[in-house]
Each structure stands twice: as structure tokens, then as C-alpha cells.
Design a protein around this ligand. Structure first.
Ligand SMILES: Nc1ncnc2c1ncn2[C@@H]1O[C@H](COP(=O)(O)OP(=O)(O)O)[C@@H](O)[C@H]1O
Ligand SMILES: [Mg+2]
Length: 258
């Protein structure tokens, strides 16, 4: 196994990201879950040969979780940098995944980092850190309707260069399935066609469409000999819905394909 990160380029995202890096601009990546946002950032880290620190945001994430805190040892208290502070000092890509999940007071610490100042203010210690020349800030979120209320404050989002991602186009998604699961081309094509039909269904009460990630799960099970309706049931239908009616409708669709 080699460790190179495999990524199928979708459009001009590499070019735009490189401009961001060249000019020290922070980047915001939007797109549905499982469409390749994280994979892209990992790929860019590899291409730029910079370390990457990924922070998965959630609603308990505090500013201290990002910046750092005082800890107690037998010799007294000492300061320990959080992951954001470490990356600001040492350089590298700091990737805040699902930033929309973080509390608004947490994202405010990014403000001085995301404008011309490029510095991090650590209130607790009074320290102001100038970002390392190789520091890049990248955030991502899924702008689905469940997230509309959460939003990102305009004062935060207007500090970023924005890029929209979507599921890869059919030819590329087929390549991805083959690469990630070793499934044959014909099966991969069928799965991608099925997915594009499910993605078009608006009358079913689906909270999200089938992601590239789920297609890869399905393809992996198929390449180990799992039968097709079982693989689709467990890797596509069950993760998408709890509604018995919707399950039935999706099963029908699967049977029409395979
Ligand atoms: N453009 C792509 N090139 C290669 N693999 C991809 C691509 N898009 C999606 N994938 C595959 O789909 C999986 C899910 O993508 P990921 O980046 O984790 O999604 P997201 O961060 O958008 O939720 C990845 O692990 C990868 O296997
Ligand atoms: Mg992700």
C-alpha cells in the first residue's frame, strides 16, 4: 500500500485553492456530506507538502479546545497550545470540518486570523501570534436545509474564499468507485446511475441524497461477493431513511436496476 491520497479533480478547485495559498486567503468549502470535501483538503495538503490538522466541529467545541488552556501539573500550572494555535505557530493546513456545528462564540476566534492581520489572539495569556507563512485555514460545511437555521454569521463567512462542491460527475464517480473498491466498471456504472436517480427524487422524504461515500461502501461489499439487493439495502437505503414507505420505494428502484 502506498500512502498517496487519491483524488479525482472535479473542476477548478485546485486552481482556486492554490490562489488562496499564494495570497494567504482562507478557504470555505460547501457541499453535501460524503461528496469529497475532506478528501480534497487532504489531497491539497499532500500536493503542497504541508501537514494537515483536522478539527471536527461540534456544538460543545469551545474556543479553548481550539486555542489551548492552562493545565495543572505538580509544578504548577502551564499553558498548552490547542490544535489551532499549534498550526498557527508551526505552519500547515488547519481544517475545521463542519464548522457550522461549532458555537458562534467559538468561530469568532478565527476573525483576526482570517483578515489581513493573520494573527491569533490568546486572551488567557495575552499572547498575539503572527501566523506562520505556511499556515492555511480551511473550513467546510454542508449547506443542507437542516443547517439553514445554523448558518454562519456573515461577519465570519465573508472572510473566506468560497467553493461549492457537489457529487462528482458520473464518469468521475465511476472511476472513484473502481479505485476505492476494485468493483468492475459495469457494476460501478450501474451504481452511479442508481445514485443519480435517487439524487433526483424529490418526492421521497429523504433528509439527504446518497453520497459518494455510501456508493463506495456498496461497491466494497459487492466486490467481496455480497448480493446486490443486500448491499444496496444496508449501504444505501438504511443509512438514508427510517421511513418504511421510503424504504419500499427505494427497494423498488434498486430492483429496477439490478
Ligand atoms: N473527487 C474524489 N476523488 C476521490 N475520492 C473521492 C472524491 N470524492 C469523494 N471521494 C470518496 O468519497 C469518500 C467521502 O468523501 P469525503 O471527502 O470524506 O466527503 P465529505 O468530507 O464531503 O463528507 C472519500 O473517502 C473518498 O473515498
Ligand atoms: Mg468531511
Amino acid at each position: 500500500m502506498n500512502n498517496t491520497c487519491y483524488y479525482q479533480v472535479q473542476g477548478d478547485e485546485v486552481e482556486i485553492f492554490n490562489y488562496c495559498v499564494e495570497h494567504d486567503l482562507p478557504a470555505l468549502i460547501k457541499g453535501p456530506t460524503g461528496c469529497g470535501k475532506t478528501r480534497f483538503v487532504e489531497y491539497m495538503a499532500q500536493e503542497l507538502n504541508r501537514p494537515i490538522t483536522t478539527i471536527s466541529c461540534h456544538d460543545d467545541l469551545t474556543a479553548a479546545d481550539l486555542i489551548g488552556r492552562h493545565l495543572i501539573s505538580p509544578d504548577g500550572t502551564y499553558w498548552q497550545d490547542g490544535p489551532l494555535t499549534r498550526t498557527v505557530r508551526n505552519g500547515g493546513i488547519c481544517y475545521l470540518d463542519e464548522i457550522i456545528e461549532a458555537r458562534k462564540d467559538t468561530t469568532v476566534v478565527l476573525h483576526s486570523l482570517t483578515d489581513h492581520r493573520r494573527e491569533l489572539h490568546i486572551e488567557r495569556t495575552g499572547e498575539v501570534i503572527k501566523a506562520h507563512k505556511d499556515f492555511v485555514l480551511v473550513v467546510s460545511y454542508n449547506p443542507s436545509y437542516q443547517n439553514i437555521m445554523k448558518g454562519l454569521k456573515p461577519s465570519t463567512r465573508q472572510r473566506f474564499v468560497g467553493m461549492s462542491f457537489d457529487y462528482p460527475e458520473a464518469e468521475k464517480e465511476i472511476e472513484i468507485l473502481i479505485h476505492e473498491s476494485k468493483v468492475d466498471k459495469e457494476t460501478a456504472s450501474q451504481l452511479v446511475k442508481l445514485a443519480s436517480d435517487i439524487r433526483r427524487l424529490t418526492d421521497l422524504d429523504l433528509k439527504a441524497a446518497v453520497s459518494t461515500r455510501l456508493l463506495i461502501y456498496t461497491a466494497k461489499m459487492l466486490s467481496s461477493g455480497c448480493n446486490i439487493s443486500k448491499a444496496c439495502r444496508h449501504c444505501i437505503i438504511e443509512p438514508l431513511t427510517d421511513e418504511p414507505e421510503t424504504v419500499k420505494a427505494l427497494e423498488k428502484l434498486v430492483h429496477a436496476y439490478f
